[in-house]
Design a protein around this ligand. Structure first.
Ligand SMILES: [Fe+2]
Length: 189
């Protein structure tokens, strides 16, 4: 499940309920979803959407989302570097950013108006909803793999608006997941 860190406070939260509480306090939703029937992470998109249709329908109803799709990113995705470069700088969207992770992992940095920047590493089973206008940026982890359900009110509203603040440069895009390898040379000094 997810790992939340607050770098400026040198604090880490691993408990899902505590993560949901902390994020609720800054206006971001976090949930864990279970499929209604077993579904392989590499199943066709329609099967993935069907397995989570109850949760998707509920979120569409409560959040006003009209479309859902499945995005697949692998190290072999054409234009991957360009795609990632669009989202690894602080930005906001006119639409909510809603992601349910089916496979792989990724790292969101969230920048609340009042409070320190929060990093949340999400993986399979995690649902995160970053509201429209909320400043954030996103990195893949070292395995460059993520498969996720996305929900939109309007896909056109999901273009990034950059702040140009440079605050993203103050934070290391390091994941704690299986692919994370600490840089031992810096620890040894
Ligand atoms: Fe975004």
């Amino acid at each position: 499940m997810a790992i939340l860190t607050i770098p400026k406070e040198n604090r880490t939260i691993n408990d899902p309920a505590a993560i949901a509480d902390y994020l609720a306090g800054i206006g971001v939703d976090y949930e864990i979803w279970e499929p209604t029937s077993a579904v392989a992470a590499d199943a066709p998109a329609e099967e993935i959407l069907a397995a989570y249709s109850a949760e998707i329908d509920e979120l569409k109803e409560s959040g006003g989302y009209v479309t859902a799709d499945v995005i697949d990113v692998t190290p072999r995705t054409p234009g991957l570097a360009e795609m990632l470069a669009k989202f690894n700088r602080e930005h906001r969207h006119d639409d909510d950013e809603v992601r349910f992770i089916v496979e792989g992992r990724g790292l969101f940095h969230l920048h609340p108006q009042n409070g320190p920047v929060v990093a949340i590493e999400v993986e399979a089973g995690d649902l995160i909803r970053v509201p429209s206008g909320f400043l954030h940026w996103f990195n893949l982890c070292a395995d460059q793999r993520i498969r996720a359900i996305r929900l939109f009110k309007d896909p056109a509203g999901w273009a990034p608006h950059y702040t140009g603040s440079g605050v993203d440069g103050d934070f290391q895009p390091l994941c704690f997941g299986p692919s994370y390898v600490p840089v031992m040379s810096s620890l040894a000094q």
